[in-house]
Every structure is written in C-alpha cells, then in structure tokens.
Design a binder for this molecule. Sequence first.
Ligand SMILES: [Zn+2]
Length: 190
Amino acid sequence: MQPEDRPQQGGAADPRPLVGEPLALDLLNTRWNEDGVRYDLLESVDGLAIWLRSAGLDDRAVADEATLEAALETRGTLLGLMEKGSSPETVDPLNRVLEHGALHYRLGLDGPENRPQTDDVVWLPSWLAAVDYLRLMTDSPDRVKPCAHPNCVLYFHDTTKNGTRRWCSMAICGNRAKAARHYERVKGER
Ligand SMILES: [Zn+2]
C-alpha cells in the first residue's frame, strides 16, 4: 500500500517535509520551500487543523479563524526572534503572547499536576509554542538551528551527541547540498 493510499484518521495528511520538532519549531516549520515554491500550512483553517492534529493539540484547541490568527501572529513573533535575535522589537511580541496564559498547579491523586490555562482558548496552541521557545532557550539555545541549506526555511532542534546536525533532513537538504557540491566538482574538473 502506498502511503498516500493509506486511510487517514480524521482528516488530510500533514504535507510538511519536516515534522516532529519541538512545538515552537514545529510552528515555524508550517512554512517551507520546495523546489523554489513557498508553501504555508497556515494559509487556511483546514491547514491549521492539520497542524493542530500533528502537534497533538486537536483535542484541546479549535481550528477556527481566531486560533489561526493567533498562531500566525505567534509564528511571526518566533520568526523575528530566530532571524533577528533578542531586542525590544522581537522580545515584546513574545511576552505579549505569553501574557495570554499561565500554568496552574494542583495536587492530584496520582501526584502533582499542572495545567495550562489561557484567557481565551484561541491562544492555547500559541501560548504553548511560546512557552516551548522559552524552554528551548533555557535548555539548549545553541542547539536550535536553521537548516544550513540556503533555500530552506526550516528549523530543528539538534539532538545529536556532538551537535553536528546541519540539515532539516539528510534526505532532502543534505542530499541536495551534496549533489550541488558534486556538480561543482565535476564542472571544475572539465
Ligand atoms: Zn532544509
């Protein structure tokens, strides 16, 4: 059975080339380039539904225009931080996203519990992504990297032992870069 023939549970398949990165990066990775064409999963509410399902948030968030708007604003905020680093212009918007929620703690029968609470459910995915960005910046800021391919806009969390990962995916950008180097070499030898 081909992957595309496989029945999808509850909706369309995730078309993105890179999935499974931490939530903050996963939100950034809703935009990508493929063969010079720009794609954006968040250009429609249907695409938002795909992202929420991929991120495991579909049972806690609603795929609607307001959630989409919040996610786009947050993605722009994260992108600003990635591309320009920290400054009042890039930090303040993230703090505004963070102000939409808080973590509530309680003791449950099986031990301590915490639960995120946002002032409006439309902010939940965005707030979680913003908090995830803080976690990444606390734990391993130097392991958050853009793909080294110049035409690629994807980000990843480098979990390799030596921190040597360069590509979003060896199969896509790694091989593309290798092929380009090979082409340059062959051309040079002629
Ligand atoms: Zn890449």
